[in-house]
Ligand binder design. Structure first.
Ligand SMILES: Cc1cc2nc3c(=O)[nH]c(=O)nc-3n(C[C@H](O)[C@H](O)[C@H](O)COP(=O)(O)O)c2cc1C
Ligand code: SF4
Length: 649
């Protein structure tokens, strides 16, 4: 099965053992521009997992863009040793390594000291997403920049990387030069397409001269920037054809989206609302126009989809960034015919993109070992196997049970309802969020594989616990909704969880009092608006969904806007009386009054479930609490705490 994925191939002079590559993704595991042991451990895990090729994260090349500490810096020889170690160790596992060179141009958020940074671009066209006005790059600076790219390519070759990729995609600097909307120059780098592509051609052709014929040289491009003023696909295709005619390029890697606008940005890190494999047709279009191999990435998280794209001739290699963050062993599982064991990425963006944009090492809500390979280490057999009783079948309990069982403990998991999953079951019931339920499916499969005994509809009392004779009890019983401490009279008030699970049906005109600013407020608003209710969403933060990953939130807000949901931020809920709901503006202090309200739906702070407190005094039995049963947070913390406890116990 999936033979096409496992076919070897060559990319320029580099031989690859299969068709799956790890696309460049910033990990925040570097330190002040250089490779660390954590970054080596991260990539080694993917190389050991069988991936055909690793293309390392964007490395900056020139001081005019080097503000973010999170980036590796290929503008200095300091990078060479670490890169060499990383590539040598990954190659020893069978995986060649390329490096990607990058300049964001006007797409700059931070300076070294917190002041607003100076950014450079082709022209002074303002950026919609970062809201910066760039400085047009002086002509001599452009030529200096070209030299910097070439020197950086030389450093990657000196570090014995197998190849170099030039990032010309996603609306960053080279794309800003290519696009007439952002390039208004009158010198040899502006005007006709021939001039706008000069920067890229000079970089590619001179880099080839520097690195010689024994290294692979590729370019990453965007065919569809998914934004109003993006570069037209026809022009990008002409650019690729010109690069091919120049004779120095070995492959094209296609991605979608742009950093320059919120709608474009959503497609760079596509959340679960974006269709799986959505870039494949762009890749197919480019493949018709060029003869060099075409690589593609974008929400490809299942072997079947990846194989279909190859089998239909739409691309030559499949990139999986988040799929390999969620499961570094994806490829070896395919090779071993164990595809049902793959922990598929659900496109939540929470711990991968979310961590990266907040300047923390990337990880995965389902696989917290990602990005923590050195900190948490391997799953080692327990010194003395014990009998472990886990109460609660949400993500925290499931992960603790799996990890403990994988270490050789005998584990029994009891869940009081008839279904594993906890709050994930609510989140997956929301419109467009079904894929989130994959978290439960994946954990359930891991439980079975690890040999955990699962008891559903099981409520234990002290005698029942004694009969099991556990050495250790894990309390992962989650959280419960909380009724807000406000006065409500003459107006119905129900909890969001009850609306989602169908036990409460609100009236026509709904006000959502959204303390949590997470998926529950946005999700219940969408569900009710789609069901025909009139919905007002009043959130206790600067924006609805403030607590969730920005791309997921931004996309969701667009959906709610389209459904006519009225959204009011900074609203503190005060109560409801006879069909009016009362809020206070959290900074201005004025009253916000919503009239003609049938039902107030509350997304209030949940409360840790203390239901099994008695266990903590039972026969000196060691008891550990994890996840929402300690304090309500998200799936990420639940799974992380489950893993940590499972490793310690
Ligand atoms: C945390 C993170 C950081 C990324 N950083 C880069 C980068 O440095 N350079 C780049 O070209 N793409 C970057 N990307 C985009 C990925 O290469 C890839 O195109 C995108 O994640 C879609 O593929 P996926 O659905 O397989 O994750 C990044 C993606 C993620 C998740
Ligand atoms: S955190 Fe979510 S999007 Fe990121 S890799 Fe894990 S499952 Fe995928």
């Amino acid at each position: 099965m999936f033979e096409s994925l496992l076919q070897p191939m060559t990319l320029g002079p580099t031989r690859l053992r299969n068709r799956i590559f790890n696309p460049p993704h910033g990990t925040t595991l570097g330190n002040r521009g250089v490779v660390t042991d954590d970054l080596i451990a991260y990539h080694l895990a993917r190389a050991r997992g069988g991936v055909g090729l690793i293309i390392m994260e964007s490395m900056t090349v020139h001081p005019s863009y080097g503000f973010e500490e999170a980036f590796l810096y290929a503008g200095s020889d300091r990078i060479v040793d670490g890169l060499n170690q990383l590539a040598t160790r990954c190659r020893a596992e069978g995986t060649p390594v390329f490096g990607q060179l990058f300049h964001a141009g006007r797409g700059v958020r931070l300076s070294h000291d917190g002041s607003r940074p100076l950014s450079y671009s082709a022209s002074d066209v303002p950026d919609e997403r970062y809201r910066v006005v760039p400085v047009p790059m002086p002509n001599d600076m452009v030529w200096e920049l070209i030299e910097s790219y070439v020197d950086a390519a030389g450093r990657l070759a000196a570090a014995e990387l197998d190849g170099v990729e030039i990032l010309a995609s996603m609306g960053y600097l080279i794309a800003q030069f290519l696009n007439p909307e952002t390039n208004r120059r009158a010198d040899e780098f502006g005007g006709a397409l021939e001039n706008r592509m000069r920067l890229l051609r000079e970089i590619v052709n001179r880099s080839r001269e520097r690195i010689g014929p024994d290294k692979t040289l590729g370019v990453r491009i965007t065919l569809d920037e998914k934004t109003e003023k993006g570069l037209p696909a026809e022009e990008m295709i002409t650019v690729c054809q010109q690069l091919e005619a120049d004779g120095n390029i070995d492959y094209f890697s296609v991605i979608s989206g742009s950093s320059a606008s919120p709608d474009g940005w959503i497609h760079v890190f596509p959340p679960m609302s974006v269709a799986p494999g959505f870039v494949a047709d762009d890749a197919a279009r480019l493949k018709q126009a060029v003869s060099k191999p075409v690589l593609v990435a974008g929400r490809i998280n299942q072997p079947q989809l990846a194989a279909d794209i190859l089998d239909q001739g739409k691309a030559d290699m499949i990139g999986m960034a988040r799929a390999l963050i969620a499961d570094p062993e994806f490829v070896s599982k395919v090779a071993a015919g164990r595809t049902e064991d793959i922990r598929a990425c659900v496109g939540c963006n929470q711990a991968c993109v979310g961590h990266r944009l907040a300047h923390f090492p990337v990880s995965c809500i389902q696989h917290p070992l990602s990005g923590r390979e050195r900190v948490l280490g391997d799953i080692r057999p327990a010194a003395s196997p014990k009998k472990i009783l886990v109460l609660g079948g949400g993500p925290a309990g499931m992960k603790a049970a799996v990890t403990a069982a994988e270490r050789g403990h005998q584990v029994e998991l009891h869940e009081q309802t008839g279904r594993l999953g906890g709050q994930v079951n609510l989140a997956e019931a929301l419109p467009g969020r079904a894929e989130f339920g994959g978290i439960t499916t994946n954990l359930q499969h891991e439980l079975q594989r690890a040999g955990v005994e699962i008891r559903l509809n099981s409520r234990l009392d002290a005698d029942a616990v004694r009969r099991i004779t556990p050495h250790h009890v894990i309390l992962a019983i989650g959280a419960k909704p909380r009724r807000p401490d406000v006065e409500v009279e003459g107006t119905e008030m129900v909890d969001a969880w009850a609306v989602i699970d169908g036990t409460a049906v609100p009236g026509n005109s709904v006000v959502i009092a959204d303390w949590s600013c997470d998926w529950s407020g946005l999700g219940v608003a969408e569900k009710l608006a789609r069901d025909g209710h009139h919905v007002r969403l009043l959130s206790g933060g600067s924006v609805a969904g403030e607590s969730i990953q920005a791309i997921v939130r931004d996309q969701w807000i667009g959906v709610l806007h389209g459904l006519g949901v009225e959204m009011i931020p900074f609203a503190r809920f005060y109560g409801a009386l006879d069909g009016s709901a009362y809020f206070q503006h959290m900074t201005g202090g004025e009253a916000i009054v919503c009239e003609a309200v049938d039902t107030v739906v509350t997304c209030s702070a949940p409360r840790a479930d203390r239901g099994c407190d008695w266990l903590e005094n039972l026969d000196d039995l060691p008891v550990s609490r994890i996840g929402d049963a300690v304090a309500p947070r998200t799936v990420e913390e639940a799974v992380l705490e489950g893993l940590r406890l499972g490793l310690e116990i």
